[in-house]
Design a protein around this ligand. Sequence first.
Ligand SMILES: C[S@@+](CC[C@H](N)C(=O)[O-])C[C@H]1O[C@@H](n2cnc3c(N)ncnc32)[C@H](O)[C@@H]1O
Ligand SMILES: [Zn+2]
Length: 371
Amino acid sequence: MRVTEGGLELEVPGEQTEGVEESVFYNPRQELNRDLTIATLRAFREREPRAGSYLDAMTASGIRGVRAAADGWDVTCTDVSDDAVALARANLERNGLEATVERRNANAVMHERPFDVIDLDPYGTPMPFADAAFAKCRDLVCVTATDTAPLCGAHFQSGVRSYSAVPRNTDYHTEMGVRILLSALARSAARFDVGATPLLTHATSHYVRTYLELDRKATAADAAIDELGHLYHCEDCLYREADPGLVADPLERCPHCDGERVLTAGPIWLGPIRDREFVADVRAEIPDEFGTADAARELCDELVTELDRPTHYDQHKLCKNWGLPANAMDDFLADLRAAGFEAARAHYGGTTFKTDATVGEIYAATEANLE
Ligand SMILES: C[S@@+](CC[C@H](N)C(=O)[O-])C[C@H]1O[C@@H](n2cnc3c(N)ncnc32)[C@H](O)[C@@H]1O
Ligand SMILES: [Zn+2]
């Protein structure tokens, strides 16, 4: 079947069913991820004009490599599958584009030679590829993780194994996943004396995507490690507290409800998950022709206005816990602001928001209008 994306045509094996193309080599549900990748590459080239080489480490149909090559990047595509390599070559040729395509294990290639930008887009966890990516990459590592259940603590042992951290299943499970992933990546980069700073990170339907700017200096690695810490979370009243530093000092009782069901998660990334100015630059690089232009711009807008502090609340879950009906989100947030707190929606969807108010302060500020 033929698919069109970013103004380019690709041929991928598979059938079109009910308007949705399905193929082992091409996932239409990741178009937003790829559109944002191209916009990010454009914004990043403005920031770092020297950057020219791009490794599409798990290329499958070649779609990322094709799109980057069309934008003038010096592209290398790797995949361990013979069929993927043949398909990527055919798709480059079909679009009159040139790139190096190798049937190789991406880990071997990344250890052999440096690239300015590396894109990791594996099935499931990216951690088996992280060390190799940070070993030599010069500027930017882009990472997709689709194993959201391990990341957010729903598959606890698997999360511990993959991310060398303790994830906990909370009402902010996607943000837990984002911060567990960023923690593991920062620690992987630090092994090579590399600081990894998130320029853009988003959690979108069943995957997390992040773009990490690298600074190959031990002091930069130390600065990244300084962003790690632990989260304490009360399962009874949803109180949460971020504790910077690598040594945890778990709470024995919840400071709000005095309950004993307090979870500790970590080490997790407590720092910003994106650079506001960079996200605005990315937004400006999304043309109308991109299939997901509206959604991608909306996501950038949400990421710009989202507050940095961990972690988001979910208004519906709070109200359910309080046994009160939820009111309109805008009214709820206005009540928080009127009480002197910062409050803004989060990009995690639905009724998620962030505030500097504690769970007790949120209740006091909003309860009168919950009816
Ligand atoms: C999720 S798909 C990639 C999708 C593609 N990047 C896209 O945007 O449509 C993962 C690909 O990684 C390949 N792969 C798995 N292990 C690999 C390895 N060690 N080195 C390179 N490619 C690998 C698989 O053959 C598969 O084609
Ligand atoms: Zn509590």
